[in-house]
Ligand binder design. Structure first.
Ligand code: BG6
Length: 369
């Protein structure tokens, strides 16, 4: 069943191009327009939405963080992301014009289910982005947009994460298309670019030997930090989570801009730090800011492990290692930049002789509150 791989985790990381391709399948018509027939929420309701709240736990919540950047940009609708277990206990402001999006691989996470129930009680429209057909969350939500990642066996989520991000992009682009906003050219070009993502993810996988080698060398490391900015921030959080879950290593993700406000105090000689660098071709000037962050931590002795876009030579002088990923637009980059971090965590856990599919103390779906 592991398809020749030594673990389900390895197999599922490797399945990611297919998982993303399958999540896109049948959702783009021949002219490149998005059709989400399955999403049975009246268009008038979707047009009236004035706020989106994503509720989820763990890795699924980080997919929600990525969604926030994309949907706010494409749709100009405010998006909040909230851990499902925090959401309903703080009297959230939710009403008939709120779309609550529950993201869950299993569709059974009790915290997320309770958030959906709470949202419905407040009159919100609820949409599930879920991988498991026939599970509880989609049954209770008003509508569902299935991710088609296929069964995910390893406890820590990988291919479901990429599929969740993909489905969230589809949701954002669909809302943008429906609401006829001024970014329609960008919507069309992003849809075209999404179709290229499976090949680009494959390319990242094909280049993963070096990150595996480094992971094996680092099997004894007691702590790893992750820095990212913009959509690279949730990628940093997910990279840290994977390392905690799989390798039981203390790991923390930070927004790179926050570095000088605290985390830089943690940097001492030899501290490994992954940095996810935004594209130098991006709209913002974030690239140079993150490159400065790499310089700052390097000057304090950090061991810098940099994930950057092909052709980004500016990072090379300050990086102990660079893992290059193919070029893509800023908002879609998480589908690529997270992959070396997954491979790193998985390989390091293997090197430590751990059970990467069934990490201690964790369950694939947590059906208690
Ligand atoms: C945790 C799993 O218990 O639940 C994580 O260990 C997962 O891997 C999280 O991200 C959320 O699960 P789900 O099924 O709601 O996506």
């Amino acid at each position: 069943e592991k398809g020749g791989f030594r673990s389900f985790m390895d197999k599922e990381i490797n399945d990611q191009p297919q998982a993303v391709a399958d999540t896109l399948l049948g959702r783009l018509d021949l002219s490149g327009r998005l059709v989400l027939d399955e999403m049975r929420i009246e268009e008038s309701v979707l047009r009236a939405v004035d706020k989106i709240v994503v509720v989820a736990c763990g890795t699924a919540a980080y997919a929600g963080h990525v969604a926030k950047y994309a949907i706010e940009h494409w749709c100009r609708i405010p998006v909040e992301v909230e851990l499902a277990h925090e959401f309903r206990y703080r009297d959230p402001v939710v009403d008939e014009r709120t779309l609550v999006v529950a993201v869950s691989q299993s569709g059974e996470t009790m915290d997320t289910l309770m958030a959906v129930r709470h949202a419905r009680e407040q009159g919100a429209t609820t949409l599930a982005i879920v991988n498991t057909h026939g599970s509880t969350i989609p049954r209770e939500a008003d509508a569902v947009l299935y991710t088609h990642a296929g069964p995910e066996v390893a406890v820590a989520s990988t291919k479901a994460f990429l599929s969740q991000i993909t489905a969230a992009y589809l949701l954002g682009l669909y809302l943008a298309q429906l609401r006829g906003n001024k970014f329609s050219d960008e919507v069309a070009s992003t849809l075209a670019e999404l179709r290229e993502m499976p090949d680009k993810i494959q390319e990242v996988l094909d280049r993963s030997d070096r990150v595996r080698e480094i992971a094996r060398w680092m099997a004894d490391t007691p702590s790893v930090l992750f820095l990212g900015r913009h959509v690279g921030f949730p990628v940093a959080l997910e990279g840290a989570l994977k390392l905690k879950e799989l390798a039981y290593i203390h790991a923390e993700g930070f927004a790179a801009g926050e570095l000088k406000h605290g985390p830089i105090a943690l940097i001492e000689p030899g501290q490994p730090v992954f940095v996810i660098v935004p594209s130098p071709r991006g709209r913002h000037s974030l690239h140079s800011k993150v490159v400065s962050n790499i310089q700052e931590i390097r000057a304090r002795g950090a061991r810098t492990l940099v994930v950057a876009e092909d052709g980004d030579d500016a990072v090379v002088p300050y990086a102990d290692e660079v893992f290059f990923v193919p070029q893509t637009s800023t908002l879609l980059a998480p589908l690529l930049t997270v992959v070396p971090l997954q491979v790193f965590a998985s390989e390091l856990a293997h090197a430590k002789g751990l059970d990467v599919d069934q990490p201690r103390n964790l369950a694939k779906s947590v059906t208690v509150e």
